[in-house]
Write a protein that binds this ligand. Structure first.
Ligand code: HEM
Length: 431
């Protein structure tokens, strides 16, 4: 780069930082996320697009584009992504400077752990972790099994062809999160409608960041109600322990992070995981018959699908070196988790679904300080749901010619998965 171009870039970056600081860049007002930024979210069936694998092979850290004067870097290598995700001294998760007035701390919509840095992140995460220890989660195990069986009963009544997304994949994690949070039955319906608009970038920043306000407001209200009548879930437990030391705003934000983090993600895993298993009927039968294969099949589905395609954006706090590149303060770094999960430097043939492969550590739950707090709960749900489904409906089959996978969503998924519960009856004359 010539000295003049470097000088101009530095000026633009200074301007961007100044504008970000003053709230003049507002990602929530973006009408459409441009394709040069969004293409890594596209999929070819359940696979990341070929272009992503080619880029990873050549440049595990690559400059994706410049956007609003910022350089956007895409990290598709496993080691490089781990380096970014574990380095809180080098990178910030705080997106508020880029959110215009929505980013204000007192009444802003951006909350929860994912967009927060230490020491605030450490303080908030500490409130949450006791609710996610294996000991506390054990209390949910029988409830999860009941919820799964009840949804299977409902599917059986509805059959022979049902849509697995609204009948199973979505209600199971939704009801589990309601249990976890301790939300009373009468609040669950309103709550349900707030979940899905969140992660779709096809409507620009509004879909991703704008919908944040509604569910957060709802959960702040639920928190306020529980001050006088604490429930027996996470919200009530935290109120019981910390009382007025935690505000409705903070606790509502934490609960919202749990809701957002846990619903769409687990629902997508259940729907897409079923679709993949049905493409591999031997594996589907095996999870029904052999409890020893369940854990590794679930891990391989998590790795292979990488439903949370990218981590929260990381903002370098100072100039950093990464993968041989100089990344400047004011740039944005996007770690592609689904891409890194298929890094050929880890093991060959990672584009294939193979539960029999030697265990491999994946990035589907992230890495480092922001690693998914609900990972064990998610595993518990998946390890309960797939075997129960395969036992109840051993002949389950996809009842559609093709599936409409989400094309531009941070959480990859499928809107609908029609399945036939029992083999179609072929009339005697048709045999
Ligand atoms: C299969 C299901 C799930 C997947 C694939 C998943 C994936 C992820 C990933 C990749 C991150 C880290 C993002 C980053 O570092 O930028 C994350 C964070 C988080 N997840 Fe999950 N998640 C799942 C289920 C859940 C569940 C069930 C809950 C809670 C009930 C949950 C709550 C959270 C929260 C609160 C965070 C923020 C943690 C922090 O910033 O410290 N997730 N999740």
């Amino acid at each position: 780069m010539s000295r003049l171009t470097s000088y101009l870039s530095a000026q633009v970056r200074r301007l961007v930082l100044a504008r970000a600081g003053s709230g003049a860049i507002d990602l929530s007002q973006l009408a459409k996320v441009p394709d040069r930024l969004a293409w890594p979210l596209h999929r070819d069936g359940v696979d990341p697009v070929t272009r992503l694998g080619e880029l990873r092979a050549e440049q595990p850290v690559a400059k994706l584009t410049s956007f609003l004067g910022m350089n956007v870097w895409l990290v598709t290598g496993d080691a490089e992504a781990r380096q970014v995700l574990s380095d809180t001294s080098g990178y910030s998760n705080d997106i508020r400077p880029f959110m215009g007035s929505r980013g204000s701390t007192t009444d802003g919509d951006i909350g929860g752990l994912g967009f927060t840095d230490p020491p605030e992140h450490t303080r908030l995460r500490k409130l949450l972790t006791p609710e996610f220890t294996m000991r506390r989660l054990e209390r949910l195990r029988p409830r999860i099994a009941e919820i799964v069986e009840r949804q299977l009963d409902a599917m059986e009544e509805q059959g022979p062809v049902v849509d697995l997304v609204p009948s199973f994949a979505f209600p199971v994690p939704f009801l589990v999160i309601c249990e976890l949070l301790g939300l009373p039955d009468e609040e669950r319906d309103t709550f349900r409608q707030l979940g899905s608009a969140r992660f779709d970038v096809s409507s620009g920043g509004q879909g991703v960041f704008g919908a944040v306000s509604d569910s957060r407001r709802f959960l702040m209200e639920a928190t306020r109600r529980q001050r006088s009548r604490p429930g027996d879930g996470l919200i009530g437990q935290i109120i019981g322990e910390y009382g007025d030391d935690i505000s409705d705003f903070d606790l509502g934000g934490l609960a919202d992070g749990v809701f957002t983090g846990g619903l769409e993600t687990s629902a997508s895993m259940l729907a897409l995981g079923t679709a993949v298993l049905l493409e591999h009927p031997d594996e589907y039968r095996r999870v029904a018959d052999d409890p020893t294969v369940v854990d590794r099949t679930v891990e391989e589905l998590l790795r292979y699908l990488g439903v949370v395609q990218i981590a929260f954006p990381r903002f370098p706090k100072r100039d950093v070196e990464l993968g041989g590149h100089h990344i400047a303060r004011g740039d944005v770094v996007i770690c592609h988790l689904a891409g890194a999960n298929r890094d050929a430097r880890l093991s060959p043939a990672l584009d294939r679904f193979d539960p029999g492969r030697p265990p491999l550590s994946h990035l589907s739950f992230g890495h480092g300080f922001h690693r998914c707090v609900g990972a064990e709960l998610a595993r518990m749900e998946l390890r309960a749901a797939f075997p129960a489904l395969a036992r109840r409906f051993p002949d389950l089959a996809v009842a559609a010619d093709r599936l409409d996978y989400r094309q531009q969503s941070i959480v990859f998924g499928v809107e609908s998965l029609p399945v036939r519960l029992t083999p179609a009856v072929v009339p005697a004359w048709g045999r």
